[in-house]
Ligand binder design. Structure first.
Ligand SMILES: Nc1nc2c(ncn2[C@@H]2O[C@H](COP(=O)(O)OP(=O)(O)OP(=O)(O)O)[C@@H](O)[C@H]2O)c(=O)[nH]1
Ligand SMILES: [Mg+2]
Length: 597
């Protein structure tokens, strides 16, 4: 059975249920099955030539390019043959699509207004047979801060292919290095990485020393062998676009490869199974409901209230932990700044160590500062790690106990609940939860990487909870946190690099024979203060997000169970009930077929 056939088999069940939420889910899934897409994201420092490469692919100057930081928001290329020519749109924050004129598109590209989520180009037909590709152009991270965050958390984990563009002359810079280390986290998660060395002068090939250097460094940072592509520079005054046939052919091969197709296939099949399991549970609930007395229904309602109390307790645990972290963070950053300043000053003052002031300044900015930043930042992330690990353990225990109590009591109320409890645990076993289905299918349509991380967390907790499935709790939850902490690392280093560059800018010109050390120490302090302020702010934002993630996870766990048991109805006719029983049977047969095939 294939995915399309599955959809036709599922359709009648959805129709009979007449439930809006299921119908919406079905529609979203149908869209995805009709157009299974792969996500391809362009990344790289500002002016490395990302937008130019896309223009080269399209064969026309669609996205504005310039020598200054240019692209100010994410631009998405979306194959859509209803529009006759390439047509620009804005996706608004409220998910509405607004058609733009070319001039408006240009303007929004450079500085998007606050109500725009991202821009989209409808492309009637993707060149080079790149059907099924959704291509994203992103702002170079050297310039724009807020979208940088979105790129890190949404687009990197959600991509099938990343095209990483570096300028031949510039090579891999500090910021690139941090970014690549962050990306390396996701390479095991079915992410394919292509390195593009752009604007390569004529005549230079892969055995060029500089090319080898760039590729080796990228490999080292990613801990993985990678494919790389050279794109020849278009020369000065020509009105020509960069051509990268080798790159685009490789992208096509990758997204159309049997392995990637299989991956998308598996994800969609899993969604189909989930949808059916949900419908089945809904019917089982109807059948069981008929046999329940009013009193039993009331008892179930009471159990649900208890569950809701436990949910509140879980919120309180989360908020207590995050409030504590919030209070402690400023002090921890203050201490980190003091330690760094102390240690770096001591090194600078070792006069006999330096042959010249230039050497000392260079060494301070390139080595001393990053080294101590790493050391001190680690203490902060270790602290966060510790607090959140304790929180996770407490949450697990609380949810676990709440679920055991609930399921035990429910079984006492009526033996008839047994099939629902079984259905529920089966559902949890295959589940990636509604949240992704709804938000990711509708918003992005990708594999659900970033969201799946969160949702899978909920799933793992639920699997464990109540021993419903009996599988062992994995380390996923921990890995998720580890990725988060690495992101803090990337942000902190980036802040330091920028702060140091700015603070030490003038020092080379004002070196007075005997006073440079005092001046350098002062400038270091200035850089550290900027770092402290910026990074504290960023980490605080990260904590807001992590608090939110934890709350969502708790919601998912509880809502899943609660929605399975609330609104029981005992007013159905026996005749109706028999009809539902038959439906359940048919549906089970279909499920068996799908899970076998
Ligand atoms: N000489 C030459 N210039 C190029 C080439 N490719 C791009 N450029 C120019 O380099 C500048 C930057 O290119 P963009 O495509 O805007 O770079 P980007 O990576 O999209 O930059 P951001 O949007 O700021 O992240 C533009 O002025 C391009 O015209 C090339 O192969 N040769
Ligand atoms: Mg650009």
């Amino acid at each position: 059975m294939n995915l399309l056939e599955n959809m036709s088999s599922i359709q009648p069940f959805v129709d009979k249920l007449q439930n809006e939420s299921f119908s919406t889910m079905f529609k979203l899934l149908q869209e995805r099955v009709d157009y299974p897409e792969s996500f391809v994201t362009m990344l790289g420092e500002t002016s490395s030539g990302k937008s130019s490469l896309i223009n080269g692919l399209l064969g026309q100057e669609v996205i504005y390019t310039s020598a200054k930081p240019t692209t100010g928001t994410i631009v998405e290329l979306y194959e859509y043959d209803i529009d006759e020519k390439i047509t620009p749109y804005a996706i608004m924050n409220n998910a509405k699509l607004r058609k733009l004129t070319d001039a408006q598109f240009h303007e929004q590209c450079l500085s998007p207004s606050g109500d725009v989520l991202r821009l989209r180009l409808h492309v009637p037909m993707m060149p080079r047979q790149l059907q099924g590709m959704r291509l994203f152009d992103t702002p170079g991270y050297g310039s724009i801060h807020d979208k940088h965050e979105e790129v890190l958390t949404q687009f990197v984990p959600n991509s099938d292919v990343i095209i990483y563009v570096v300028n031949y002359r510039v090579g891999i810079g500090e910021a690139d290095a941090e970014f690549l280390q962050y990306i390396s986290n996701y390479l095991q998660d079915d992410l394919t990485f292509f390195l593009v060395i752009n604007r390569v002068p004529e005549g230079i090939t892969s055995d060029n020393v500089r090319i080898k250097e760039i590729v080796t460094y990228a490999k080292d940072l990613l801990h993985e062998d990678i494919q790389h592509f050279l794109v020849q520079s278009i020369s000065g005054n020509e009105v020509k676009l960069p051509q990268a046939p080798g790159l685009w052919d490789a992208v096509r091969k990758e997204i159309q490869s049997p392995e990637r197709q299989q991956l998308i296939n598996d994800v969609l099949l899993n969604y189909q199974i989930q949808l059916l399991q949900d419908i089945q549970l809904e019917w089982q609930k109807k059948v069981v409901g008929v046999r329940l007395s009013d009193e039993s229904i009331q008892q179930v309602q009471q159990e649900i209230e208890e569950l809701k109390d436990k949910q509140k307790e879980a919120y309180e645990l989360i908020h207590k932990t995050f409030n504590t972290i919030e209070v402690n963070l400023p002090r921890l950053f203050e201490t980190a700044n003091n330690h760094m300043h102390q240690s770096i000053s001591n090194e600078i003052k070792k006069t006999n160590k330096w042959t010249s002031s230039e050497e000392c300044i260079g060494y301070t900015s390139a080595h001393l500062m990053p080294r101590y930043e790493k050391l001190e930042r680690r203490k902060i992330t270790d602290y966060i790690d510790q607090e959140i690990t304790i929180l996770n353990d407490k949450l697990n225990e609380l949810i676990n106990q709440a679920f055991i109590d609930f399921t035990n009591n429910i079984e006492i109320i009526s033996k008839d609940f047994e099939p629902i409890l079984q259905g529920f645990s089966k559902k949890i076993a295959t589940r990636t939860t509604d949240t992704i289905l709804k938000s990711f299918l509708s918003k992005f349509g990708g594999r659900g990487g970033a969201g799946a991380g969160v949702a899978n967390l909920g799933k793992k907790v639920m699997k464990k909870a109540g021993g419903l499935v009996g599988k062992k709790f994995t380390r996923d939850q921990y890995n998720q946190l580890a990725k988060f902490l690495k992101k803090i690392g990337a942000t902190s280093t980036r802040n330091l690099t920028i702060a140091v560059t700015i603070a030490l800018e003038g020092i080379f010109y004002v070196i007075e024979a005997n006073r440079w050390q005092a001046r350098l120490i002062k400038d270091v302090q200035k850089a550290l203060n900027t770092w402290q302020q910026d990074t504290l702010k960023d980490v605080q934002l990260d904590m807001v997000e992590l608090r939110q993630t934890n709350t969502e996870m708790v919601n998912e766990c509880f809502d899943e169970l609660i929605s399975t048991f609330d609104q029981l109805d005992n007013t159905l006719e026996i005749k109706e009930m028999d009809a539902w029983k038959k439906e359940i049977n048919d549906l089970q047969n279909l499920l068996n077929e799908m899970t076998r095939g």
